[in-house]
Write a protein that binds this ligand. Structure first.
Ligand SMILES: [Zn+2]
Ligand SMILES: [Zn+2]
Length: 361
């Protein structure tokens, strides 16, 4: 049963929320910091977990860094990095080499066969050099199957997309002005895949903190800044236990695979406490990421930590718009429902969908 607790948040069973950063690089590939420094910066930024993804490397795991470092849990995955089709792969104990490979479906299958799971990185790529080192690397073949999720919103891609030689200095000093939210074509692709099957959305920074090829005196956004921007919040049934790496790892990975997570641009406002649930007529509560058969009389519940503009999207189309802290909405149709929240007219929170499928006739 969904209830409203003392702080105004809806709870089905007790949920434990943790925030982290997914997709970043250390000196084991092309990032500028060592792993211990990254962990320190994550602690300073108040993160609970870090999912490191060096290009084609699990060296941080082989060197014993995976685990709890005081309050921060470091999990080591890799960014499988062929020329195109970058794939963030987790829960592996040995590398899957990606360089020069073009058999992208095989790469996805290899991750699954090794017991891991993966997320499509920067599906629509980024700008080309010379101003930036971010290259295309787009995900071109959407006939590929077997991936768990898609990186919906990447801080660096979003920032780089807004910037050119003329506007660079302005956006360097006012970076938040360049943050316009997930790319429409990425959201459209996510909504399209979600019509067919369960698919998870995550947010990332793609942090490298490297000096720019030109303006070499400027070290591009440092980790400590990026760790305060786009975060993925996971919702767990039980608290993480710093005594046990295997249990903690399982809880976080399972929550991400289930889509029990949302993306918050926390530099704008802390998104901790955001809730999106559905309650069926039988009293069952579905959390974001859950999939079920639609039954008439289902209610959707949305609660946000600050009054904001709440947009409910159904099957990729705006379905309901409201301003406030809480929304309860009866729905009468099956569909894939997700929530976007805008704070002060800026993109703030993107939930995972609740998949309410049609019953077969
Ligand atoms: Zn990449
Ligand atoms: Zn990357």
């Amino acid at each position: 049963m969904i209830q409203v607790n003392s702080s105004g948040h809806l709870t089905a069973t007790q949920r434990y929320e943790y925030k982290g950063t997914i997709h970043l690089h250390s000196r084991y590939s092309d990032g500028s910091s060592t792993v211990p420094k990254i962990i320190q910066k994550a602690a300073d930024a108040g993160l609970d977990f870090v999912m490191l993804t060096d290009h084609d490397s699990l060296a941080a795991m082989h060197d014993g860094y995976e685990g709890w470092h005081n309050q921060v849990l470091l999990l080591v995955g890799q960014e499988i990095s062929p020329h195109t089709h970058h794939y963030l792969a987790f829960d592996l104990d040995k590398e899957i080499p990606g360089k020069y490979r073009e058999d992208h479906q095989t790469l996805v299958n290899e991750v699954t066969e090794a017991g891991g799971f993966g997320i499509i990185a920067h599906p629509h790529g980024g700008k080309k050099p010379p101003l930036f080192r971010v290259k295309g690397h787009a995900w071109k073949d959407w006939s590929i199957t077997g991936y768990t999720g898609i990186e919906i919103w990447s801080y660096m891609i979003d920032w780089v997309d807004s910037v050119n030689l003329l506007t660079f200095m302005y956006y360097y000093f006012y970076p938040e002005k360049a943050i316009t939210g997930p790319r429409p074509e990425t959201l459209c692709k996510w909504d399209g895949v979600a019509q067919e099957r369960h698919v998870v959305g995550i947010g990332s920074t793609d942090a490298h903190a490297k000096p720019l090829p030109i303006f070499r005196f400027i070290k591009f956004f440092p980790y400590e800044y990026l760790f305060r921007t786009i975060r993925t919040h996971v919702l767990l049934n039980e608290p993480l236990s710093p005594q046990s790496l295997p249990d903690s790892k399982r809880l976080i990975y399972d929550a991400i695979k289930a889509g029990h997570c949302f993306i918050g641009y926390d530099l704008l406002a802390d998104s901790m406490g955001f809730t999106f649930m559905a309650e069926t007529p039988g009293g069952a509560a579905l959390l974001m990421g859950d999939e079920g058969l639609f039954e008439g009389g289902t209610d959707l519940f949305i609660s946000v930590p600050q009054p904001a503009s709440i947009r409910l999207i159904r099957d990729g189309v705006l379905f309901h718009n409201a301003h406030g802290k809480m929304l309860r909405l009866p729905i009468s149709q099956a569909g894939v429902y997700r929530v976007e929240v805008y704070y002060d007219d800026q993109p703030w929170i993107f939930s995972n969908p609740i998949f309410l499928r049609k019953t077969k006739e």
